[in-house]
Ligand binder design. Structure first.
Ligand SMILES: CCCCCCCCCCCCCC(=O)SCCNC(=O)CCNC(=O)[C@H](O)C(C)(C)COP(=O)(O)OP(=O)(O)OC[C@H]1O[C@@H](n2cnc3c(N)ncnc32)[C@H](O)[C@@H]1OP(=O)(O)O
Length: 260
């Protein structure tokens, strides 16, 4: 199987040389070392020309589905509109907001590519996207504002995330905070790992709630990216959780025990 993938990647490289004048290993090494945004753009480039050696196109889990409540859909529509390009003097101009796609594999479609896939079993799935039943666990979409170095996640907490009766488990909330702050840190700083996460749970979050998870860059110091986070009701009248997070930039070798 691995041999097949490697041969397939070799063929893809020849094809991509011809088609796009870009070497596959450059795409993959950008995925390994570049910023999340670059990775996502390159991933789309691969998918568009159908060179990806796996069977299916990646499903974007942050697209609306039938489990989304009207409130989730309304807030999604609001932020999605902010992503629309403006037309100035007949020219289309993109604003600072982007909706980030979300896949259920962190390796197959993003960082690591050819290097890490050797070590990962075919069954690996991203923690927040591993339950097939729509609406049962984490329904969410992240919008990022590059200029303001912040993002907002619209999150609907499903019935399998119960902690205290009728309310969302603190670990599930922590998972979403890690995911959203980590997504922003990765977007701004490239490959990172969570070094520290501090969470204050201010009020219980009812199961089924739709909430906003606002994250913003606090500061960067050398390899350290500090992010702040607030979780609130969609009208922002109720504060559920506050957090701060520290992410440390890593080289991909870090995941193999190397310090480079
Ligand atoms: C397309 C889709 C893509 C997929 C995306 C899906 C989105 C999901 C996103 C999900 C995201 C989820 C992500 C996850 O869940 S990542 C999983 C959870 N995190 C981990 O497992 C990390 C484990 N720890 C480590 O690997 C290392 O300790 C790290 C990498 C963190 C640092 O080890 P390293 O040897 O590399 O660095 P260093 O020790 O030289 O330190 C460097 C600097 O950092 C400072 N420091 C270090 N630790 C701490 C600390 N605890 N508090 C305060 N400061 C700390 C340190 O003082 C120094 O500062 P300075 O001397 O420079 O001032």
């Amino acid at each position: 199987m691995l041999g097949q993938i490697v041969r397939s990647l070799g063929r893809m490289q020849q094809l991509s040389n011809g088609l796009k004048g870009v070497r596959l290993h450059q795409l993959l090494s950008k995925e390994t070392h570049g910023h999340l945004q670059t990775s996502l753009e390159n991933t789309r480039a691969i998918s568009t020309v159908s060179l990806w050696p796996f069977s299916s196109q990646p499903r974007d889990f942050s697209q609306p589905n039938s489990s989304w409540s009207p409130e989730m859909r309304k807030v999604y529509d609001h932020y999605n509109t902010l992503c629309d390009p403006d037309t100035e003097n007949g020219e289309e101009k993109r604003g600072p907001w982007r909706k980030l796609p979300s896949y259920n594999r962190s390796i197959k479609y993003a960082a690591g590519g050819i290097h890490l896939s050797k070590l990962i079993q075919a069954k690996a799935r991203l923690f927040t996207r591993n339950v097939k039943e729509q609406g049962a666990t984490f329904e969410y979409v992240v919008f990022v504002n590059k200029e303001e170095k912040r993002c907002v996640c619209v999150f609907q907490a499903g019935h399998l995330l119960e902690g205290a009766p009728g309310h969302v488990h603190g670990g599930a909330i922590a998972t979403m905070i890690d995911t959203v702050t980590g997504t922003l840190a990765g977007f701004l700083s490239g490959p990172i790992m969570t070094a520290n996460l501090n969470i204050d749970y201010r009020s219980p979050m009812p199961l089924g709630s739709v909430v906003l998870i606002h994250s913003a860059l606090d500061r960067k110091e050398r390899r350290k990216t500090y992010i702040t986070c607030k979780v609130s009701s969609t009208d922002e009248s109720k504060l559920y959780t506050e957090a701060t997070a520290l992410f440390v930039s890593i080289g991909v070798g870090h995941l193999f025990g190397s310090r480079n």
